[in-house]
Design a protein around this ligand. Structure first.
Ligand SMILES: [Zn+2]
Length: 265
């Protein structure tokens, strides 16, 4: 049926007419088509294109790190650093173990997307939105970061997902590869189908509010310039002798989850 249709259609295309048109331009376009010719079979002078477009805009900010004493004990302090700023439940997202090392919030990559969903479907819509934004712009990396998150400004829709101008985030912590100290930084993000002019300013204000809370912690030793660890692809999988966590982060000397020194074989 389709084959017949295509052949029939092909036979109707006036090849010599097309040739004349391409050579003579507008004048040729005025030439009458053969009787019984359907108008749709002739290439129009100007192709009318129906345009489709989606502009996604994600943005975020991260502060400098604050070095903390007391190692893993400071971990329990993280959620309290959002108190006074959180406008939703405060959630803790732990570093991802090795089986989720490819997790990526990109639906066109089903294997990576499936890992991501399996790792994060338990979280709230606010946290999932924050993870999509902040992972997409590389502001956090769950290979080594612990991320504590809430809605910080703006509204959620009827399904509980933040609007494009809502600001989400909180604090992210990792273990300094050189010293094993916990490093905490404040992180905020926003975005979606649209952008509003005051989001950047609001983001900065909230970022500094969070950093004030981090510095006010009893474990804070002050701001520190520490590079985020760079995870290398491929390896990982060192199992923590203390908590059993299998790290996906191949450079980790300290367990991303409990902060204890990893033993390498
Ligand atoms: Zn551990």
């Amino acid at each position: 049926m389709t084959g017949d249709g295509s052949c029939h259609w092909g036979a109707l295309v006036p090849l010599d007419f097309l040739k004349r048109r391409s050579g003579a331009g507008a004048a040729a376009a005025a030439a009458p088509s053969a009787p019984g010719q359907t108008l749709s079979s002739a290439l129009p002078e100007e192709v009318i294109a129906h345009e489709y477009q989606l502009k996604l805009y994600y943005a975020g900010k991260s502060s400098e790190g604050v070095r903390m004493t007391a190692g893993p004990n400071a971990m329990a302090e993280l959620p309290s650093m959002l108190v006074g700023l959180a406008k939703s439940e405060i959630e803790v997202v732990e570093p991802l173990p090795i089986e989720f090392s490819q997790a990526t919030p990109v639906i066109a990559r089903p294997s990576e997307a499936m890992q991501w969903l399996n790792a994060h479907h338990v979280h709230s819509p606010v946290t999932r939105h924050a993870l999509v934004v902040l992972e997409s712009i590389d502001a956090i990396d769950l290979a080594f970061d612990t991320f504590v998150c809430a809605l910080l400004d703006g509204e959620v829709d009827t399904s509980g997902y933040p609007e494009y101008n809502a600001i989400v985030g909180g604090v992210a912590s990792h273990w300094d590869e050189a010293t094993g100290d916990m490093i905490v930084r404040s992180v905020v993000g926003w975005g979606g189908r649209g952008v509003r002019g005051d989001s950047d300013r609001n983001g900065s204000r909230i970022l500094s509010g969070l950093l004030t809370n981090v510095l006010a912690s009893q474990y804070s030793m002050g701001l520190t310039a520490v590079e985020r660890p760079v995870p290398a692809a491929g390896r990982g999988g060192v199992v923590c002798a203390h908590c059993g966590f299998a790290s996906a982060h191949e450079r980790a000397f300290y367990c991303p989850k409990c902060g204890m020194r990893l033993l390498r074989g």
